[in-house]
Design a protein around this ligand. Structure first.
Ligand code: SF4
Ligand code: SF4
Length: 104
């Protein structure tokens, strides 16, 4: 499943550079599939939050294919990167998502 950032986030910026899929965005920052991936879709989308860092579920692979554990959760000082129960996916689905994001 994807990871979600809760409203316990203190906007410390520690997680953003750890994400291999560029799935994490700053508050009020527009997002696009092309950001940090090999996808060509550079359509800018509205921010999901204007208060806290946020994760795009369609770009989050739980770090599958890159790391053994979600890197955002590993570095977050307040443990606010948690499994998103609304976006439950099995490993095969997460790896397929990773392949789609980073296909040559
Ligand atoms: S779990 Fe990994 S892929 Fe998902 S947002 Fe966190 S760092 Fe990015
Ligand atoms: S590491 Fe945690 S507290 Fe810091 S910006 Fe990311 S989610 Fe928020």
């Amino acid at each position: 499943m994807a990871i979600i950032i809760t409203d316990d986030c203190i906007n410390c910026d520690a997680c953003i550079s750890e994400c291999p899929n560029n799935a994490i965005y700053e508050p009020d920052e527009e997002w696009a599939f092309a950001d940090g991936t090999k996808m060509s879709d550079n359509t800018k989308h509205e921010p999901l939050s204007d208060e806290f860092y946020y994760i795009i579920a369609d770009k989050c692979t739980e770090c599958k294919g890159f790391h053994d554990e979600p890197q955002c959760a590993a570095v977050c000082p307040v443990d606010c990167c948690v499994p998103d129960e609304a976006n439950v996916e099995d490993e095969a689905t997460l790896l397929a998502k990773k392949a789609k994001l980073h296909a040559e």
